[in-house]
Ligand binder design. Structure first.
Ligand code: NAP
Length: 252
């Protein structure tokens, strides 16, 4: 079932990253399942992939901490055992830290360290390992086009990775590497139920979504899997909206 492709998915111990890892493995890639603190979650991802006949190994590194990229790549290279990398998915991110007046400078710095600095230097460190014709996919957010004042600093981090996506696509095209971002909207996962628990919130979001419901981790993972496929070879420098049409405009 495994072909000779390999993938690294950051933040694959749960949520969208876990779904991406499982789907890439189902399409034949050997997957490095990165996690920060949730060792059991990463083991569950690896276990699910292996039970389905795929190949995976876990890699720990707390992104945003001193030496994060070196720690990540020490584990990655050990697991790859000399194989190149085909697909890099920068999925791990810290959650919104609050609006102006609430976000502290320490919160702001941490958000940028995890959501912007880490993906940037992970890509840089991955380049010698990445095969020509490879894929770099970073998970952004609908927050970049939604103007939600409770998420200003978080939205700024996602705006930065969208800009990074366009500029690096232009650089890495010479090697046939495509660089894209996928932008989820409100996405219910197995572990983030509390985020949508406020009375009426889930119904409000569904009502503001063209396709009439919240997203699932698999909805987003399928888009990532497509961008990672050979069929998506002519798409680069793009931010693909995977929100089901959240806040497209007034609904009549
Ligand atoms: P999640 O359930 O909170 O999972 C986050 C993953 O990232 C976990 O595997 C976590 O690992 C890892 N992670 C977070 N901070 C880390 C750090 N400092 N170091 C290492 N690993 C870290 O997230 P999600 O909801 O699936 O979201 C995944 C991506 O989609 C993120 O980029 C997010 O911004 C984006 N997104 C999500 C939604 C949504 O509604 N869910 C909407 C828009 C965009 P550990 O737990 O092991 O530390």
């Amino acid at each position: 079932m495994t072909d000779d492709r390999t993938a690294l998915v950051t933040g694959a111990s749960r949520g969208i990253g876990q779904a991406i890892a499982i789907r890439l493995a189902a399409r034949g890639a050997a997957v490095a399942v990165h996690y920060g603190t949730d060792k059991e979650g990463a083991a569950a991802t690896v276990g699910e992939i292996e039970r389905a006949g795929g190949t995976a190994f876990s890699v720990q590194a707390e992104l945003g901490a001193e030496g994060d990229v070196e720690t990540l790549f020490a584990g990655l290279e050990e697991g790859l055992a000399g194989r190149p990398l085909d697909i890099l998915v920068n999925n791990a991110a810290a959650a919104p830290a609050g609006p102006l007046g609430v976000t502290t400078q320490a919160d702001f710095d941490r958000l940028f360290a995890v959501n912007v600095r880490a993906p940037y230097f992970i890509i840089e460190r991955a380049l010698p390992l990445l095969r020509d014709g490879g894929r770099v996919i970073t998970i952004s957010s609908v927050a970049t086009r939604m103007a939600n004042p409770t998420q200003t600093s978080f939205a700024m981090t996602k705006g930065a990775v969208e800009t990074m996506t366009r500029t690096l696509a232009n650089q890495l095209g010479a090697r046939g590497i495509t660089v894209n971002a996928v932008s989820p909207g409100a996405t219910r996962t197995a572990t983030n139920g509390a985020a949508f628990a406020a009375p009426g919130l889930a119904d409000f979001i569904a009502g503001a979504t063209a396709l009439g419901r919240l997203g699932t981790a698999d909805d987003v993972a399928e888009v990532v899997t497509f961008l990672a496929s050979a069929e998506a070879r002519w798409i680069t420098g793009q931010v693909i909206d995977a929100t089901g049409g959240l806040f497209l405009g007034p609904r009549v």
